[in-house]
Design a protein around this ligand. Structure first.
Ligand code: MF3
Ligand code: CO
Ligand code: CO
Length: 332
């Protein structure tokens, strides 16, 4: 067809009823430009499709009366309440932390086994919630500083603290499940990244290296070493493989309080001079990125994503410093 001689405000020749200038004029005058514009729109749609977006939240889950609640669960704003130092724990507290750690590890295994294409992150939350209650524990995230759910679910470019919702996991996704249980007055905190169906080679490698980073961080723990040595080991391995280390979130002391000193950086931070002493309990939980390690927050105030929307993975254990190294408390 030859280009019809229509004025800009005439109805388009295609019969759409729209003005010619809003419809086929560009395509008629400059087909290459029109094709490029369409390609840009398709690419933007493809990217939006590939990226995680907020879903709908289910109603708040109930916790039976007989389950002991952490102090923040009784506060309207979920303020932590107990402050705790990073000092070594006594034998009785450590025994409790062994039980809480084991329970957290078991819950993580059960929830992880439910990961498959088609499951929603809210369904995973329901499982985590029930598995904590079954063991007589309280799901620590629920109500913590206002967090609305019992589990953190962080998909693809979500670094951490993703909120379980109506999001459906699909083949090729990676998802981090972060379980914390409050049992007999202490917390056990652990997380792992799982594959949803068949995952691409690049993402598999990221997850593998992230697990190695946690292992190397744990291997750096021994009396006389400093907190700094943990991050140093992690950063060397991650960056050696071409990956980034997220700076904005750290491992933490843990016990009666969910989060306390020391702050465990996952990169070499010279200010982390605290000496490791037997009986100290803390988490190591490196977040490693394929691309840029900088983060952005969603408007929900919790969900942290990589700025460049590249994928990221995480693994976490709670451990105690021993006379010779570290005892991991969150192994099932
Ligand atoms: N489990 C997370 C951590 O490793 C903390 C989650 S806090 C929550 O420290 F409020 F998001 F649940
Ligand atoms: Co933690
Ligand atoms: Co955690």
């Amino acid at each position: 067809m030859t280009a019809p001689t229509l004025a800009a405000n005439d109805p388009c020749h295609c019969g759409s009823g729209r003005k010619y200038k809003r419809c086929h004029r560009i395509a008629d005058l400059d087909p290459a430009r029109a094709a490029a514009e369409q390609a840009r729109k398709d690419e933007a749609a493809r990217l939006a499709e590939a990226h995680v977006t907020p879903g709908r939240l289910s109603p708040r889950r109930e916790v039976p009366e007989h389950i002991e609640r952490p102090p923040y669960a009784l506060d309207a704003k979920g303020r932590p309440g107990v402050r705790e130092s990073g000092a070594p724990k006594d034998a009785e507290t450590l025994e409790k932390m062994r039980r809480a750690g084991k329970a957290a590890a078991e819950v993580l295994q059960v929830v992880g086994a439910a990961v498959r294409p088609g499951v929603t992150t809210d369904e995973l939350d329901a499982i985590a919630h029930e598995e904590c209650l079954k063991r007589g524990g309280y799901p620590s995230p629920l109500g913590y500083n206002g967090f609305p759910k019992s589990l953190c679910t962080s998909v693809n470019e979500v670094i951490c603290h993703g909120i379980p919702d109506s999001t459906v996991l699909k083949d090729g996704d990676i998802v981090n499940l972060d379980v914390t249980i409050y049992l007999d007055g202490v917390h056990g905190d652990t997380n792992a990244t799982f594959f949803v169906g068949e995952v691409d080679e690049q993402s598999r490698r990221l997850v593998e290296v992230t697990r190695e980073c946690l292992d190397l961080g744990i291997a750096a723990v021994k009396p006389g070493a400093r907190v700094r040595d943990i991050g140093k080991a992690i950063q060397a391995h991650a960056e050696g493989q071409g990956y980034g280390v997220v700076r904005a979130f750290v491992g933490h002391g843990i016990g009666r309080a969910f989060h306390s000193d020391p702050q465990v950086y996952h990169y070499d931070n010279p200010s982390a001079r605290t000496e490791l002493v037997p009986g100290m309990t803390f988490t190591i939980e490196p977040m490693i990125t394929i691309g840029d390690w900088h983060h952005e927050m969603w408007d929900d105030g919790w969900t942290a994503v990589t700025k460049d929307r590249s994928r990221t993975a995480q693994f976490e254990h709670t451990l105690v410093v021993t006379e010779t190294g570290a005892e991991v408390l969150t192994r099932a």
